[in-house]
Design a protein around this ligand. Structure first.
Ligand code: SAM
Length: 323
């Protein structure tokens, strides 16, 4: 029996009986002006962070959301789309789609701007998206891809997102990551995997999978604690911290020297000239810090120049920058 059967059983159950401890976001959801979120959607928030970042929202985007849950983020995305069919939402679990539909109808009662027709709920699977190639500008998933096993499914899910996104499109994701590799016994526990606990990768592995799928730039929007797996309960040598990472990956050509990963680092040139040209297409005006990807940051630091300073990673990249 494939672990996907366990995953669907877990979410069939979570659709029927809201599971307060499932995934569990430490932060309150984003309450945008004029957005009233029905309490049931908050209760059924099975994400581990958010995929709603203002800098990823542009006019008339064609939006795809994969793994719908109670519909919270679909409603938030519809807030920006505001037109019939503006958000396509895919989930293979019938009970979850039904619950999301009911929750969206509830949301329409307290949100004048919203009509349930803004969201098209479709039966479908992240591994075989029922969506045309290059037909989406913004694709999002929250706390689903960590469930997929590497060596096949995760790679396929990312390839599917890459296929459906148009040039310049964005993939916004939130997933738990592990601070050290999880032991095999945990990784093989299908229920814990379905509950977004035991499928977590290290951050470097997670980012590598995204760039292997062909995304040429990645911005890490946020990284923060998500869960502590205590040594006794999880039969570990030491307690193990899981974190939530939120990233936006860009459907842009892969640079010849590899993916640009922005982790919040900035570089500043201190003079004496008016600007510094690093010879790799980046120009730094005197005294103005600019966001740089880790590759560029490392290259600048390797120059060992006192007139170039590079700030450390903050895990909060808000866009813009050197590449
Ligand atoms: C952890 S929940 C996250 C729900 C939602 N993204 C949120 O943040 O609340 C995972 C969701 O993915 C759905 N799901 C499970 N397997 C899937 C698959 N193979 N493809 C797409 N969605 C899937 C589940 O039914 C559930 O709605």
């Amino acid at each position: 029996m494939s672990y996907h059967t366990t995953v669907r059983d877990v979410y069939r159950e979570a659709a029927t009986q809201p599971a307060a401890n499932l995934c569990c976001v430490p932060q309150a959801p984003r309450y945008l002006p004029g957005l009233n979120i029905p309490p049931i959607m908050v209760e059924m928030n099975y994400g581990c962070g958010t995929t709603i970042h203002l800098q990823d929202m542009t006019s008339n985007q064609r939006v795809l959301y994969v793994g719908v849950g109670g519909g919270l983020e679909v409603l938030q995305l519809a807030y920006f789309a505001r037109r019939p069919g503006g958000v396509i939402a895919v989930d293979p679990v019938r009970e979850m789609r039904q619950k999301a539909r009911a929750n969206l109808e509830l949301a329409a009662e307290t949100n004048d701007w919203f009509d349930p027709s803004f969201v098209t709920l479709i039966d479908g699977d992240a591994l075989h998206l029922p969506v045309e190639r290059n037909s989406v500008d913004l694709a999002a998933q929250n706390c689903l891809f960590n469930i997929f096993k590497t060596g096949g499914d995760l790679e396929q899910a990312l390839a599917e997102m890459h296929r459906v996104l148009d040039d310049g499109g964005r993939l916004v994701m939130s997933d738990p990551i592990a601070s050290r590799p999880l032991p095999l016994a945990l990784r093989q526990d299908e229920v814990l995997r379905a509950q977004c606990i035991s499928g977590c990768l290290l951050l470097e592995e997670y980012l590598q999978k995204i760039s292997d799928a062909g995304f040429g730039a990645i911005e890490v929007r946020s990284r923060r604690p998500y869960r502590m797996l205590d040594a006794v309960t999880y039969d570990l040598e030491d307690d193990l911290l899981l974190e939530t990472v939120e990233v936006t990956a860009f459907q842009v050509t892969m640079p010849e020297d590899g993916v640009c990963v922005f982790t919040g680092r900035m570089a500043v040139y201190l003079g004496p000239d008016e600007e510094f040209d690093d010879g790799r297409g980046h120009y730094f005006p005197k005294n103005i810090p600019l966001p740089v990807c880790d590759k560029t940051a490392d290259a600048l630091q390797a120059l060992g120049r006192a007139d170039i300073q590079v700030t450390p990673t903050t895990w909060h990249s808000e866009g813009g920058g050197c590449c």
